[in-house]
Ligand binder design. Structure first.
Ligand SMILES: [Zn+2]
Length: 752
């Protein structure tokens, strides 16, 4: 059996089969059903959008032996079948590109006079009619104006501007639209299902995009990809034959930027080496992702991967637009450069360079905030303001992000933006132009500046726009800067900085200098071994811990970085961090979580009855939602790990961590991040923990989901508190006011 290419095999046979072009079908079907068919039609539109297909269906509709002239040809009579096969004598298909001479046109026109051989009508399909010479057009004119009644003309062209007006005015013109990616993808899906071709959804999406609106081009590429992929349509095969970048690879790059992770970015860029990279394609793809993220930021998500959409919440709007501008600028300047890869890398680095130094994704504080339970209506009202310029509101939800950290209330990106959103956007853009203007700004690119340069010489736009949060992923480097930052007032007890997870995990306690708090924690941990109800332990901690944290710890630590750290430190760490970083409200809630989840952990324990008791009790109180906040993970690792569920299984005194993760997130799992997670857990449990990833459907709640839900609840609580406040209600009743709930946002403190 001979192989028939998809484009031919799947050429539509009825108007109903046509993809898109509903406006043309509607008009033609009406004319056919009323038997009021004009004698000349002109179809314009790019290649592969259905011009020839429509002409053939039209010819069938006129010549069908069974149904007569109608929009529903039978498809089975001899005429219908011959037309479908392209061998119907009264359908004359002419390629104007190959018959430009006037003699050939005359010959064609002479044949018009003869009656149809078989059918009711002779249908002349003249493709690429704009290729006719001037004399050919002139020869055609007379016939086109008054053809014999048994003749219908269908002219098709991709370039109607080249047609003389005299021709245009004698035809009914239809402009065929390019097909949308979605239309093409759906059709491909249908074809693959019918042909039983295995496919990955993303592969279809790439093919649909590559066809650029042409179904025929797409189907040709699909044929090629099926052959290359040995009968299957995989993203890998399709990317390779098209020379496009694997979507996962470009997403990993955007993700690394969105989580401000230079190491991951470097790894992701290295993966690009496997492609013969086309800078234009790359930058366009990059901009597409940023555009989708900008839409997601406005609450409209359509084509964003789960991993990327999880980051959107954290990224300040102006930053997203700045990144887009940076990519756009590179794209326009690309032709001036010889080394495309260099341009790409510098573009990506520039994006990182403009991330405010102390900007930290919100999820680090979100739980602490939204779980604090102090939002009675009056207070919440005090925190709400109605913003008239929602359009300019650069970070409508940002204030919540930094709200709870009372120790450093005046330094947040959120506050800055809230107080003057326009300023924030302006200053980011101003920072950008300064970058291009001033060579000395190079200092800023270096993320580990000395405190002086970081605080005094950085441009105001960049240095001021930073999150309050201190848990930066580069905290080990920026720590000195933060502690000495003049704008962060020293907290009454301990600044959050001192308890930074990185600080602790990288700079373990000096064993010769045990602090009272450590002792206290050890006592608690010991007592935990005997506690059967896991919930009790955390409940005790807050009371003992917070006041005792030694303020001088960080100062002493760094120099000592001993290799034995995991053995000495870990048991205390998470607890210290909890008690310090978080508000009391947060801790209370955490206890609640532990109670909820302790049950699950206990079940795990029972399976391992031979396991060590101490380890068991630690596992018993292990609460993933709580632990993830205290592992001190980098943003990159935190992001994908929080989309999963981690369990600890103990066996013969050993403990293994199993991270359930959706298969879609596999691309984010790098050796670096797995090592990081493993080390963090080893610290947490004070013993080596191996982590393995289990790709599976996740049926229970993940930290990422809980954060999202908490965010939604918190937003709703503010809206409710505001709209139900007596004063607001009074205004509404007396002045018939209307509340624009989407402009209500929570402020971190009451306006003075
Ligand atoms: Zn028929």
């Amino acid at each position: 059996m001979t192989y028939c290419v998809l484009a031919r095999k799947w050429r539509p046979q009825t108007f109903h089969d046509l993809v898109g072009q509903a406006h043309v079908v509607k008009a033609l079907a009406y004319a056919l059903s009323q038997d009021k068919v004009h004698h000349a039609y002109l179809f314009t539109g790019t290649r592969g959008v259905g011009k020839t297909s429509i002409a053939r269906i039209f010819a069938k509709s006129l010549n069908c032996e069974t149904n007569g002239v109608s929009p529903n040809p039978c498809g089975t009579c001899q005429s219908c079948q011959e037309i479908a096969d392209g061998r119907f004598v009264d359908l004359i298909e002419v390629d104007a590109a190959s018959r430009t001479g006037v003699d050939e046109t005359r010959e064609l026109i002479d044949s018009v006079a003869y009656l149809p051989t078989k059918g009711r009508y002779k249908v002349y399909l003249i493709d690429e009619v704009h290729m006719f010479s001037k004399s050919s057009f002139n020869a055609l004119l007379k016939t086109l104006e008054e053809p014999p009644p048994h003749v219908k003309f269908i002219l098709a062209t991709t370039d109607p501007d080249k047609l003389p007006n005299t021709i245009l005015s004698r035809c009914i013109q239809f402009s065929l639209k390019s097909l949308t990616d979605r239309q093409i993808q759906q059709h491909l899906h249908h074809i693959c299902d019918s042909e039983r071709i295995g496919f990955e959804d993303n592969a279809l999406s790439i093919l649909a995009k590559a066809g650029r609106g042409s179904l025929r081009d797409t189907l040709s590429l699909t044929d090629q990809a099926i052959t290359y992929g040995q009968g299957k349509l995989t993203v890998q095969a399709v990317s390779e034959i098209l020379g496009t970048i694997h979507p996962a690879d470009i997403e990993a790059i955007v993700f690394a930027i969105a989580t401000n992770n230079a190491n991951q970015l470097s790894a992701a860029v290295r993966r690009l080496d496997q492609y013969d990279i086309d800078a234009v394609t790359f930058l366009t793809e990059l901009m597409q992702r940023l555009q989708a993220m900008a839409w997601a930021k406005e609450g409209i998500v359509n084509s964003l991967s789960a991993a990327l959409s999880s980051t959107v919440h954290d990224i300040p709007k102006p930053l997203l637009h700045l990144w887009y501008d940076i990519a756009d600028k590179s794209l326009t300047q690309l032709h001036q450069h010889h080394d495309a890869k260099q341009v790409i890398e510098m573009t990506l680095l520039r994006m990182l360079a403009f991330i405010p130094e102390d900007w930290v994704p919100r999820h680090r504080t979100l739980l602490a905030d939204t779980y604090s339970d102090d939002s009675d209506s009056n207070e919440a009202l005090g925190k709400a303001e109605v913003s008239a310029d929602a359009a300019l509101n650069t970070a409508p939800d940002a204030p919540i992000e930094s709200a709870p950290i009372e120790s450093a209330p005046d330094n947040g990106f959120a506050q800055h933006v809230k107080s003057s959103p326009v300023d924030a956007a302006d200053s980011l853009l101003a920072a950008e132009s300064e970058f291009f203007d001033q060579a000395e700004q190079a200092e800023q690119v270096e993320r580990c500046d000395t405190p002086e340069t970081a605080t005094s010489s950085a441009t105001p736009g960049v240095s001021e726009i930073g999150a309050t949060e201190i848990q930066s992923n580069s905290a080990a480097l920026t720590l000195p800067e933060i502690t000495q930052h003049p704008e962060i007032p020293a907290a009454p007890e301990h600044t959050a900085t001192e308890s930074h997870p990185y600080n602790l995990s990288n700079t373990p306690a000096n064993d010769n200098d045990p602090t009272p708090s450590m002792e206290a924690v050890r006592a608690v941990m010991k007592s935990a071994r005997d506690i059967t109800a896991p919930a009790e332990m955390p409940a005790e901690m807050p009371a003992e811990m917070p006041a005792e944290m030694p303020a001088e710890m960080p100062a002493e630590m760094p120099a000592e970085m001993p290799a034995e750290m995991p053995v000495e430190m870990p048991a205390e760490m998470p607890i210290e961090k909890d008690t310090e970083v978080l508000s009391n409200d947060r801790i209370d809630n955490k206890v609640g979580n532990s109670v909820d989840d302790g049950g699950n952990s206990s079940e795990n324990n029972e399976k391992n009855d031979s396991a060590d008791g101490a380890l068991l009790s630690k596992i018993a109180v292990f609460d993933w939602f709580d632990a993830i906040e205290n592992l001190g993970l980098s943003d990159f690792t935190y992001h994908f790990v929080s989309a999963g569920v981690l369990r600890i299984e103990a066996n013969q005194g050993r403990a293994d961590a199993i991270l359930d993760l959706l298969p879609a997130n596999e691309v984010l799992v790098t050796p670096d991040s797995m090592t990081e997670l493993s080390e963090a857990l080893s610290c947490y449990f004070a013993q080596p923990i191996n982590v393995r990833v289990n790709y599976t459907d996740i049926r229970c709640e993940t930290p990422a989901e809980r954060q999202k839900k908490a965010q939604v609840d918190a937003d709703q609580a503010v809206i409710t508190a505001f709209t139900q406040h007596p004063i607001v209600q009074q205004v509404v009743n007396e002045f018939e006011a209307r509340i624009l709930t989407n402009t209500i946002k929570k402020m971190d403190k009451k306006p003075s």
